[in-house]
Design a protein around this ligand. Structure first.
Ligand SMILES: Nc1ncnc2c1ncn2[C@@H]1O[C@H](COP(=O)(O)OP(=O)(O)OP(=O)(O)O)[C@@H](O)[C@H]1O
Ligand SMILES: [Mg+2]
Length: 250
C-alpha cells in the first residue's frame, strides 16, 4: 500500500486516507484504505469497485460473506476486531487496523520471531475450534506479525464456517489451513520446523490449482513431466470443473 488520498470509498466519505492500495491493481481486487475514526483510531476500509449490475451483486455477496466470517471470529486475539459494514456502501467493510507487518516484509528486513510458526499453528487450531476454516492461510499476505512477534490472520474472504461444510470436506478444510501454515513455515523458517512436520508437509502439500491461471500452469507442468503428475491433475480437473460449474451456473 502507498501513501494516498482517497477521500471517498464506495459511497462512504472519508478523511484523507493514510494509505491505500497502488492504483492499477487488478479489477477484482478490493481497494484497501487505512483511515482514522472520530476517536483517532486507525481503521481499515476494504471495498470492491463495482456496485452496479451482476458484478456489483457478486461483490456485495463477497462483502457480506467476509463480514459474517469476521463476526464469527470477534474476540479472538489474532483476528481483526471491530468489524462493521457501512449502510451507505454495501460493498465496503471496515475493521480495526492491526499494527504489524506482512511475513514477507518482516523476512526481508530480518529474522522471523522465535517460535512464530508454533504460535501460528496454535492460532489456526483455535480458529477451527471457533468453527471457522480460513482457507487462504498459505498466502503470505494474509498473515501479519505484530510488534510483539505474534501472528495475526487477516482476509476472511475465503473463510468458511466448518459446520456449513459437508462432513467429508471438514477434515479437508482443516488440513488445507494447517498445510498453509507448514508451507509458510517451510519457506520462511524451515530450520525451526520439526522433522515430522517437514515430512508431513513433503508428503501432503500440493500446489493450489483451483484458479484458471494456476490450473493451466499445472497442466503445462504435466506435459513436461512425462505424466508423473497425472493422478493429481486428473483429480484436480474434476475439482476445477466442479468449481467452475458452481461459480458460473449456481
Ligand atoms: N486489519 C488490518 N490491519 C493492518 N493491515 C491490514 C489489515 N487488513 C488488511 N491489511 C493490509 O492490506 C493488505 C491486503 O489485505 P487483504 O488480504 O484483506 O486484501 P486482498 O486484496 O485479499 O489481498 P491479497 O490478494 O494480497 O491477499 C494486507 O496484506 C495488509 O498489508
Ligand atoms: Mg489477502
Amino acid at each position: 500500500m502507498n501513501e494516498g488520498n482517497c477521500t471517498s470509498i464506495g459511497g462512504v466519505n472519508l478523511k484523507p486516507c493514510l494509505s491505500e492500495r497502488v492504483p492499477g491493481q487488478k479489477w477484482y481486487k478490493p481497494i484497501i484504505c487505512i483511515n482514522r475514526d472520530e476517536g483517532g483510531e486507525r481503521r481499515v476500509y476494504k471495498t470492491y469497485r463495482y456496485e452496479q449490475g451482476p458484478l456489483g451483486q457478486y461483490f456485495r455477496l463477497l462483502t457480506s460473506h467476509e463480514h459474517r466470517m469476521l463476526q464469527r471470529v470477534q474476540g479472538l486475539a489474532f483476528t481483526p476486531q471491530g468489524v462493521e459494514r457501512d449502510a451507505r456502501s454495501a460493498n465496503t467493510l471496515s475493521y480495526d487496523y492491526v499494527d504489524g507487518a506482512p511475513i514477507k516484509k518482516r523476512f526481508q528486513n530480518g529474522a522471523i520471531p522465535e517460535r512464530f510458526f508454533f504460535r501460528l499453528y496454535q492460532a489456526v487450531s483455535e480458529l477451527h475450534e471457533r468453527g471457522v476454516a480460513h482457507l487462504d492461510v498459505g498466502n503470505s499476505g494474509n498473515i501479519l506479525i505484530s510488534p510483539e512477534g505474534n501472528p495475526v490472520l487477516i482476509d476472511f474472504g475465503s473463510a468458511m464456517p466448518l459446520n456449513r461444510l459437508p462432513v467429508i470436506t471438514r477434515a479437508w478444510a482443516r488440513k488445507k489451513d494447517l498445510l498453509g501454515v507448514l508451507k509458510l513455515w517451510h519457506r520462511f523458517d524451515g530450520a525451526s520446523m520439526p522433522d515430522h512436520l517437514q515430512d508431513y508437509y513433503q508428503r501432503h502439500y500440493r500446489k493450489n490449482i483451483y484458479t484458471p491461471k494456476r490450473f493451466f500452469k499445472a497442466f503445462k507442468r504435466y506435459w513436461v513431466s512425462d505424466g508423473e503428475e497425472m493422478n493429481g491433475i486428473a483429480a484436480m480437473t474434476g475439482v476445477f470443473l466442479g468449481l467452475l460449474f458452481l461459480v458460473t451456473v449456481v
